[in-house]
Design a protein around this ligand. Structure first.
Ligand code: ADP
Ligand code: CDP
Length: 230
């Protein structure tokens, strides 16, 4: 079987990466890989071990027995660490606060990136939408379709706040902006690398954003087919 087509999508928190990628994957009959879930699951695992995720050596240590599994089925999204189903737990604010520390460790990034490539290659799917922060630049820089999904910071904060009922809107926005600032010192996901198409969802509703992404996939893949044939 030939390698799956990769659609690479990066962007900041709350830009719509997960929800839009999942819906676009359904429309295309593709798999969906949420790379942020791996970083969040490792942060959850570190917290279970009582580790301070700002300490890189401790994070590396605990990553040695990190037994991570994720489903690539957009209709049956589950994340596991060992026997524990952490699908819900990795969305908790305490995990969001700890995750940037985990993502900052270069050896962690290398090992999860190898895992992502293996998951895609072994997916048995025609294609996989892979979303995160460094997919267009590091994980799959040769993907035939590469998209940076953005939205204005206040719009992203409002979307994220609407999802979280345990914290007030101002706290959710502050935590999200703090995480973006910390993450962007590791990976630049706010500017599009050469060849990456920007989809700005600030003034688009959810369906329009999915359509905009699907348009890029159709155009990008046509371009690719054209390139293949000469
Ligand atoms: N274009 C859009 N318009 C309105 N809401 C959106 C749009 N795109 C995504 N959302 C909603 O915003 C929230 C955050 O989206 P999510 O996919 O979790 O973003 P990310 O994965 O980039 O953090 C979700 O509740 C999602 O349904
Ligand atoms: N490819 C990726 C994906 C996520 N991450 C890290 O993982 C965290 C969680 O990613 P996420 O995609 O679940 O975050 P949201 O955009 O959903 O808020 C980010 O804040 C980054 O620290 C990363 O470093 N590289």
């Amino acid at each position: 079987m030939t390698d799956p087509v990769i659609v690479a999508i990066d962007g900041p928190a709350g830009s719509g990466k997960s929800s839009v990628s999942k819906q676009a994957a359904r429309a295309l009959g593709f798999g969906y890989l949420d790379t942020g879930a791996a970083y969040r699951a490792l942060a959850w695992h570190a917290l279970e071990h009582g580790i301070d995720t700002s300490d890189a050596a401790s994070v590396l240590d605990v990553s040695g027995d990190f037994d991570f599994a994720i489903s690539l089925d957009p209709d049956a999204y589950t994340v596991r660490v060992g026997a524990a189903d952490v699908t819900e737990a990795i969305r908790e604010p305490r995990v969001a606060e700890a995750v940037s520390g985990v993502a900052r460790v270069p050896a962690v990034r290398e090992s999860v990136n190898a895992l992502f490539r293996a998951l895609v290659a072994g997916s048995g799917r025609r294609g996989v939408i892979v979303e995160g922060r460094d997919i267009t630049t590091v994980v799959a820089p040769d993907a035939p379709v590469r998209i940076l999904l953005t939205a204005a910071p206040e719009v992203r904060a409002a979307r994220r706040s609407a999802e979280v009922s345990t914290q007030d809107a101002a706290s959710v926005a502050a935590a999200m902006h703090k995480r973006d600032a910390s993450d962007s010192s590791v990976v630049d996901f706010l500017t599009a690398a050469p060849g990456v198409t920007v989809v700005d969802s600030t003034d688009l509703d959810f369906e329009q954003t999915v359509e905009a992404v699907l348009d890029v996939v159709r155009t990008g893949r046509r371009t690719q087919v054209g390139a293949d044939h000469g």
